[in-house]
Design a protein around this ligand. Structure first.
Ligand code: AMP
Length: 467
């Protein structure tokens, strides 16, 4: 069997033959017009936003100022949100202008609505779907969990304008997805593999797509989806509007932006350096594998069911084993990982969301995009392989202004992450519990004196916690 997506025809687009379409819907609100550029700049500085690109619109400060039609505004106000989040304030005018954009913004920052509301306005300005048409808006996301969450937001905000959507992802039968596609849906939210499968079998097409969203682009590249993304994008007319979202800005993502976006705006919320949310208290326990379970039990006891706990482990086997041990000792833990079938994953997530089970043990599948309200504690039972995962994992708690605690078990084998971990801890103003010297070994265990801090991994039983 060839590579997934290899069967898709390479399109050569003749723009003069394509039907023209509308993509600029922005009307600057008089309040926004009356503000000076300096006020806009000062606001950006105050919320830590940086921008790049020409003709950057001023941010909007309220939902009313975003010049959204009444039917969209009504739905937003219904949610009772006080005001747009920074990425929405700056992102909405950019997207509504019809320009391509890159948004670098952490999960939990409100980015889903930042791309979804302009998408709804875009759809309402396009001709109705006809028999055999594919979607107008395509959102590509790395995991089924994230895709389902985006769908939930589509359902909430698209209902009043009759915009239909469907989610296509692997691991479940295709029948109901194919059925939805055959009825015609304006928005498709898809993970790359299943979408290609459906494209190759002719169950849908991307000829009508004029608004493309690539969500969590960095994660998709981490997961090896680059060839699939390229195949998918090759099926979409090049004069589309493209919005790319990412929590980080590695070179590979920059490369995708260069290839897929034209004359784009870039908006970054916070620093481009990997940084952790300051509402999360980060605790690092230096403990080798054999001692981890005991330390975990101690933390769970102290936590005493005071809210949801998400525990990350590296492997599916480890995930099941830890869940079994916890249940055996009376902790109501459930497991979620890639080998569970979709209905089981949905049920587990539902029980966790509803608070029927307060402990979820997960592999990285659940690390991104999981928007469960009120996770109080994240435990890295197995320390992640790289620090980007660390930041994303702990970001599952402390969302939307709540406080959270992250506890990470750090063993000698993780020493290559020590230096970056310390930088992240310091940058988030985490204070060592006891002032002590910290040694960071560099990768080849040389040159330790060149470093200012010492993270002493030779004494694994000592708990060095930044608290
Ligand atoms: P996201 O970054 O899209 O995953 O959003 C994180 C959470 O913030 C979701 O539960 C949204 O419903 C919520 N949210 C979106 N916009 C706002 C807002 N303007 N104010 C408060 N919460 C919001």
């Amino acid at each position: 069997m060839g590579r997934l997506g290899a069967q898709l025809n390479k399109n050569s687009w003749d723009l003069s033959k394509l039907q023209k379409f509308e993509k600029n819907f922005y009307i600057e609100h008089p309040h926004v017009t009356s503000r000076s550029q300096e006020e806009g700049d000062a606001w950006r500085r105050s919320v830590g936003i940086t921008i790049q690109g020409d003709g950057i619109p001023k941010p909007v400060m309220t939902f009313e100022e975003a010049s959204m039609p009444e039917y969209v505004l009504r739905e937003v106000l219904k949610q009772g949100f006080p005001k747009p989040t920074p990425i929405q304030s700056q992102g909405w005018p950019m997207a509504l202008l019809g320009r391509d954009m890159v948004g670098i913004s952490a999960t939990g920052s409100g980015k889903t609505l930042a791309f979804l509301l302009p998408a709804m306005i875009h759809i309402n300005a396009q001709p109705y779907l006809e028999q055999g048409d594919g979607p107008i808006v395509l959102v590509v996301a790395p995991t089924r969990e994230l895709a389902v969450q985006i769908k939930e937001e589509c359902d909430k905000f698209g209902g009043s304008s009759d915009i239909k959507n469907t989610c296509v992802y692997g691991g479940v039968p295709k029948r109901s997805q194919v059925y939805d596609l055959s009825r015609g849906v304006e928005i498709v939210i898809a993970t790359p593999g299943r979408l290609i499968d459906l494209l190759e079998s002719g169950k849908t097409n991307l000829r009508r797509v004029t608004y493309l969203v690539l969500d969590e682009a960095d994660r998709m590249l981490d997961m090896g989806f680059e060839p699939q993304i390229r195949s998918i994008v090759s099926q979409i007319r090049p004069d589309r509007q493209t919005l790319m979202w990412s929590a980080t800005w590695p070179k590979e993502v920059e490369g995708l932006a260069r290839d897929f976006l034209r004359n784009y705006y870039q908006v970054t919320v916070g620093s481009l350096e990997l940084s952790a949310n300051k509402d999360i208290q980060q605790v690092v326990e230096i403990v080798e594998d054999f001692g981890k379970y005991r330390v975990l039990a101690k933390h769970l006891q102290e936590h005493n069911n005071a809210g949801r706990v998400l525990i990350f482990v590296e492997t599916k086997k480890g995930c099941d084993a830890l869940t079994r041990s916890l249940r055996h000792e009376g902790w109501p833990a459930l497991a979620i990982h890639g080998d569970k079938n979709q209905s089981e994953r949905d049920r587990v997530l539902h029980d966790f969301k509803e608070g029927r089970s307060l402990i979820l043990v997960a592999t990285d599948v659940a690390a991104r995009g999981l928007d469960v309200k009120d996770i109080r504690m994240v435990i890295n039972f197995d320390f992640p392989k790289e620090m980007e995962s660390y930041v994303h994992r702990i970001g599952r708690c402390g969302r939307a202004g709540h406080k959270g605690t992250a506890i990470s078990f750090f063993a000698g084998k993780n020493s290559k992450c020590a230096r970056e971990l310390i930088r992240i801890l310091k940058q988030a103003n985490q204070k060592p519990r006891r002032p002590r010297q910290l040694v960071v070994y560099d990768d080849n265990h040389k040159d330790q004196h060149a470093m200012t801090e010492v993270f002493d991994l030779n004494k694994p039983s000592q708990s060095c916690a930044f608290r």
